[in-house]
Design a protein around this ligand. Structure first.
Ligand code: FES
Length: 280
């Protein structure tokens, strides 16, 4: 059993948990994910790692209530435990393998949307620990939905945006990215975009126009996270990839987002039925 040491709500339906999982914490890297199971018959839930503490043996996860399992998960408190906590899974972010001196020459910008802010944090923190301070554009619908602002502010140059203009810069993350590059003299070699699929699609359309190499994380389309269910099958250029075993990060300019979004809709009816059952 994997004990929950801390459980808190960050925003409406978005929760953070610190879980005691020393073996995962001892060798996980930014960009990787874990799978949790609430109980023996529970659904497998893939979640990207938000933070890790190798000395304390803990992993921080952030998740959004979107289906029956995550709604049940949100009811867990500090002191409760997960039946399974498997990982680290997936490939680490590509920059982890790069020569640090070469990496220092690159200007990096991260675009974090909604709950996608969680996997951006360990990447930016890792870079900061290696002497690189990246720019981060943190986007949320409203002020209340902004998460991890303080944490990201400590390890990056942070730009907060809200769609309704209630906090930070007004408008979508793409507006701020375009403003930074075209009006504020910023230059970027690499963009890492993690968030809702529609956000990643539009960031990629913009960065293609701006000529910025872009990495996206296809975590949102994973279901079982083991390469067996086929739900995360993805067209990347002229290749078929599985987000959970080949990713979750890919060259965003090669990903067929329209196909991926269509695929992620396939499970909506089943999820709806399960939710109705929960409410009965
Ligand atoms: Fe099932 Fe990747 S999530 S195959």
């Amino acid at each position: 059993m994997y004990k929950i040491l801390k459980a808190e709500t960050l925003a409406a339906k978005i929760h953070l948990m610190v879980v005691h999982a020393p073996r995962v914490a001892s060798h996980c890297q930014p960009g990787q994910f874990i799978i949790v199971k609430l109980d023996e018959k529970g659904e497998r839930i893939p979640l990207t790692i938000c933070d890790y503490d190798r000395e304390e043996g803990t992993i921080t996860i952030v998740f959004q209530e979107i289906g029956v399992s995550t709604i049940k998960m949100a009811e867990l408190k500090a002191g409760d435990a997960f039946r399974d906590f498997v990982g680290p899974l997936g490939c680490p972010s590509e920059f982890v393998e790069e020569d640090i001196e070469e990496l220092k020459k690159k200007k990096m910008v991260f675009v974090a949307g909604g709950v996608g802010t969680a996997p951006v944090y360990p990447q930016v923190k890792w870079l900061h620990e290696h002497g690189i301070t990246a720019d981060v554009i943190l986007g949320a619908k409203t002020k209340d939905m902004v998460i991890l602002e303080k944490e990201l502010g400590e390890v990056s140059n942070l730009y907060v945006t809200t769609d309704d203009g209630s906090y930070g810069r007004a408008g979508m993350v793409t507006k701020t990215l375009e403003d930074l590059v075209t009006n504020e003299g910023k230059h970027y070699d690499v963009c890492v975009a993690i968030g809702p699929m529609i956000m990643m699609k539009f960031v990629c359309l913009l960065t293609k126009k701006l000529g910025i190499h872009t990495i996206v994380s296809m975590n949102p389309i994973m279901v079982d996270g083991t390469g067996m269910c086929g739900a995360c099958r993805l067209q990347v250029g002229d290749e078929i990839k599985f987000a959970c075993v080949d990713g979750p990060e890919f060259d965003g300019h090669l990903v067929d987002f329209d196909q991926a979004m269509k695929r992620s809709q396939m499970y909506k009816t089943e999820e709806g039925r399960a939710l109705l059952k929960l409410q009965e």
